[in-house]
Design a binder for this molecule. Structure first.
Ligand SMILES: Cc1cc2nc3c(=O)[nH]c(=O)nc-3n(C[C@H](O)[C@H](O)[C@H](O)COP(=O)(O)OP(=O)(O)OC[C@H]3O[C@@H](n4cnc5c(N)ncnc54)[C@H](O)[C@@H]3O)c2cc1C
Length: 428
């Protein structure tokens, strides 16, 4: 492979060396058979920093159940209207196999690298970049992209580069510690694109209630979001709830956080949160259990009344919040009505969202470059010819489970295939 001088015109400049950018490099490099001058510009000292942190270091990189309906956009109809589509799981699995990575799925369909380690995903991607002669230029923070006379001028603090095609793979605003700080949106705007409202998704939900006494408690839960005005159910999730001092988290909470954050971002009234803290026990069974227990053991202090069915701290917290009496009081002092109120509260404990989540703690940003301005067959911009938009920078997001990385790979494949074949056409 001949050494290339990046002062030469770059065939494909990829801005961002995260999941989408690295995959773009592999696919374009392979498609061009090593003959194209492809450069990945990454602001960090190394590419793939976020990738290493995904799935708690295990990288949940796809999902066997993925389909177009796994994804959301600002306007729900815009995905269908713009012919949005993703590669299916088998296609991603075989692609990774070709690149040298075997995948495995768990009982919920979540896909991971066979090695169980995110670092092997990064190793395999970078090995393919090397194989196809793709250059990684790290510590290059791209500050501006302009298109003049049919060519792009890409400027960083250390240089200016001419490129035939540009793939914008800068990610979003979520977890800026890994490098994606929202600068990609400014670049897209400067090229004429519009950005739909941005808000943190897959993030903890901050609540008004003081949860200090139950901080650290984890329990199975069904969590329901209800409209404050109509009481209608907006969305529901089940899973492990994690309680922190001023917020709740866990996958079930993450998957609902977008609804709450969207309301705050658009200055609308946020939904009410209702927790069923004993989802496997019916309301009738629970109230009967509580009444019988009080009848048979009236001297038991209230703080111990629920210890046989739930975490002791959590039981005491609910009892105190609902009955507002001393926890050392014997439960026999409570009326039947009060005990039934306690039972109902365990099945529908209300929390009030307090404020929008912090992007720093979010795994994903909802919103992004408008779907109306992208050709989803090629991921090429409908506004600037030769500009491609991929990954989380686009207004496409999904729940936990490997869907967001799947989108990064899938959009990268469409963009890189198209960009490389068109460069190749020009060269021949
Ligand atoms: C802690 C955590 C865990 C996650 N776990 C999972 C998981 O298990 N499964 C899943 O599906 N999703 C997961 N996600 C979400 C997933 O990581 C992202 O959706 C995905 O990485 C998006 O890929 P991307 O390439 O579009 O953006 P990113 O991965 O964010 O990459 C963008 C890259 O561009 C660089 N960049 C940005 N601006 C510039 C600029 N101006 N110039 C140069 N470089 C720039 C950034 O430094 C970064 O390296 C997780 C996210 C986090 C934060």
């Amino acid at each position: 492979m001949k050494d290339r001088d990046t002062r030469d015109i770059i065939d494909i400049a990829i801005i961002g060396g995260g999941a989408a950018g690295l995959m773009c490099g592999c696919i374009a490099g392979r498609k061009g058979g090593g003959a194209l001058n492809i450069v990945i510009f990454e602001r960090n000292a190394k590419t793939g920093k976020k990738l290493l942190a995904t799935g708690n270091g295990r990288c949940n990189l796809s999902n066997a159940a993925v389909s177009e309906s796994s994804y959301f956009a600002d306007k729900p109809a815009s995905l269908k209207e713009n012919n949005f589509h993703v590669l299916d799981y088998e296609a991603i699995k075989s692609l990774f196999k070709e690149l040298g990575l075997m995948l495995k799925t768990d009982s919920c369909g979540r896909a991971y690298p066979q090695s169980g380690s995110a670092s092997s995903v990064l190793d395999v991607l970078r090995d393919n970049l090397l194989r196809f002669g793709v250059t990684e230029r790290t510590e290059e923070y791209i500050r501006s992209i302009k298109k003049e006379d049919g060519r792009f001028s890409v400027k960083s603090d250390s240089g200016e580069y001419a490129a035939r095609r540009v793939i914008l793979a800068c990610g979003s605003c979520a977890s800026p510690v890994f490098g994606s700080d929202g600068s990609g949106f400014a670049l897209a705007r400067s090229l004429g694109h519009s950005i739909t409202p941005l808000f943190p998704s897959l993030a903890p939900i901050f609540v008004r209630e003081n949860l200090r006494s139950v901080k650290g408690v984890r329990c199975d839960c069904r969590i329901t979001l209800k409209s404050k005005s109509s009481g209608d159910i907006i969305a529901e999730e089940a899973g492990e709830l994690q309680i922190n001092e001023d917020n709740i988290s866990g996958i079930c909470v993450f998957n609902l956080s977008g609804y709450v954050n969207r309301a705050f971002a658009l200055k609308q009234s946020p939904p009410q949160i209702s927790l069923d803290l004993l989802p496997e026990i019916s309301g009738r069974e629970l109230s009967s259990f509580i009444l019988k227990r009080v009848f048979s053991s009236p001297d038991t202090p209230l703080e111990l009344l629920l210890t046989g069915v739930m975490n002791k701290k959590l039981g005491a917290f609910i009892t105190k919040s609902v009955l507002n009496v001393s926890p050392s009081l014997s439960c026999g002092n409570m009326s039947k009505q009060e005990l039934l109120k306690l039972s109902s509260a365990i099945k529908a404990f209300t929390l009030t969202p307090e404020k929008i989540s912090d992007f720093k703690k979010a795994q994903v940003t909802a919103g992004g470059i408008s779907c109306d301005e992208i050709d989803f067959g090629s991921m090429e911009s409908k506004i600037v010819e030769g500009l491609y938009l991929v990954g989380e920078a686009v207004d496409v997001s999904a729940a936990c489970g490997g869907f967001n990385l799947h989108w990064a790979w899938s959009s990268a494949v469409y963009a890189a295939e198209n960009a490389a074949s068109r460069c190749y056409d020009v060269k021949n």
